[in-house]
Design a protein around this ligand. Structure first.
Ligand code: ADP
Ligand code: MG
Length: 399
């Protein structure tokens, strides 16, 4: 199993020596966050061909035989240990899943294969005061900015936050496509600025999650209109803040590629940034440059999402590990998104991956990133480890 570790949850987990099944890392952990019904979480665990079953690790309280469950009071979480056979108690079906951990557990003792930390009816605690204006940028094109904006935005809306996503990629607008809202764009921000319509007419409310709204700057294939710049976008953001319906909790700005006028416009109203990068040298160099520009612009809160990670390639040393990326960019890590064909399918269907049932690994990773964004948490370490082949585990992602 290939795995990632959130340092924030380290204390919940036992460290294993590298001789215990692991070749490189000392921990064998897969840590994801999601916010779903427990049932779905277990579907997700079985996605990794582990089989969905659970027994509980700590503070155990028996719930009518196997499996057991325990509450971690500090985290409001349940820690589940996977085993063979057994069904989840009904109460879990109502549980909201927060943090979701998959681990190749203590195989010798109890055949445990899966661990999941479930948040117990917990909503992430908003750090910082709303509205948080977050720009999603990268420098390089095609690394996953729009995918990240659409999915994190949807997750935040599902977590009950009011979200407005602004597609500031004026020339190559495609956030509406990813969200499946392209047929509903009648008015754009340009008409609002020209006084041809009201702001709420240009805001497209998602039918799946009504607290998610999309604002496009311009009609597709139109160039950036003359005079549209940072000031105009700041005016729009201020107008969103003053809406009678209430201030949104998050304003996400999908930034165009490059570092020219469109980029400068997109970052002007932002006070936080998510830098999306893939683990390749061109994308990293651009991300580094963009980070410098963001800092010059006074944006201090910058986190990164490492997208399209392939563990099989990392294992063969054909791809940089996430730790390498972290060392190179020196940014706090918001999420690690595996390369996943489902991302492309969801893009083509106009259905954000995080809404997919059963959830996919990339979807769970994006959901985890959304949680971290809300709580201003970040991963501090990511470890990769090889699965013991004889158990027949499939590689977790990329395999
Ligand atoms: P950007 O907005 O940075 O130009 P996009 O979000 O539009 O990038 O993504 C570019 C392409 O990459 C899309 O076709 C998308 O489906 C694909 N993609 C993004 N992330 C992943 C991933 N984790 N796995 C597979 N494909 C991905
Ligand atoms: Mg884009």
């Amino acid at each position: 199993m290939y795995s990632t570790l959130s340092a924030s949850s380290c204390h919940l987990l036992s460290r294993r020596s590298s001789s215990d099944g692991g070749s490189r890392a000392s921990c064998s952990l897969q840590f994801w966050t999601c916010h779903r019904q427990c049932e779905e979480a277990l579907t997700a665990t079985s996605y990794g061909s582990f089989g969905a079953s659970a027994a509980i690790a700590r503070g155990s309280e028996r719930m009518g035989g196997f499996p057991k469950l325990g509450l971690d009071e500090k985290h409001g979480a349940c820690l589940l240990l996977g085993g063979r056979g057994g069904k989840l108690p009904r109460m879990f079906e109502r549980a909201r899943v927060g943090e979701h951990l998959l681990q190749n557990g203590n195989r010798k003792k109890n055949n445990a294969t899966i661990r999941a930390i479930l948040q117990w009816n917990r909503r992430p605690q908003m750090a910082g005061s709303p509205p948080r204006v977050v720009v999603v940028t990268s420098g390089k094109g095609g690394v996953g900015k729009t995918t990240t904006t659409a999915n994190i935005g949807m997750c935040l809306a599902r977590l009950d936050f009011k979200v407005v996503a602004i597609d500031a990629d004026v020339g190559l607008r495609n956030l509406d496509l990813l969200l499946g809202l392209e047929n509903r764009v009648n008015y754009t921000a340009i008409e609002v600025l020209n006084g041809e319509c009201r702001l709420d007419q240009a805001l497209i409310r998602d039918k799946r999650w009504v607290n998610f709204e999309l604002l496009c700057i311009n009609k597709p294939r139109y160039k950036m209109p003359l005079g549209f710049g940072g000031k105009a976008l700041t005016w729009l953001v201020d107008a969103l803040k003053k809406r009678p319906e209430g201030t949104p909790d998050f304003i996400l700005i999908d930034c165009p590629a490059g570092i020219d006028a469109g980029f400068i416009t997109a970052i002007t109203p932002a006070n936080e940034a998510i830098v999306v990068t893939t683990p390749d040298i061109t994308s990293l160099r651009d991300a580094d440059r963009v980070t410098g520009l963001l800092e010059c612009d006074g944006i201090k809160d910058i986190k990164m999402v490492v997208n399209r990670v392939r563990s099989d390639m990392i294992k063969q040393e054909d791809m940089m590990s996430v730790l390498d990326v972290q060392e190179m960019l020196g940014l706090p890590l918001l999420g690690v998104i595996p390369e996943d064909a489902d991302v492309i399918k969801s893009t083509n269907r106009g259905y954000p991956l995080v809404l997919k049932k059963p959830p996919t690994l990339a979807g769970l990773a994006l959901e985890q990133a959304a949680w971290r964004l809300v709580e201003q948490d970040s991963m501090k370490a990511v470890l990769i480890e090889e699965a013991p082949a004889k158990r027949g585990f499939l590689p977790f992602f990329g395999g």
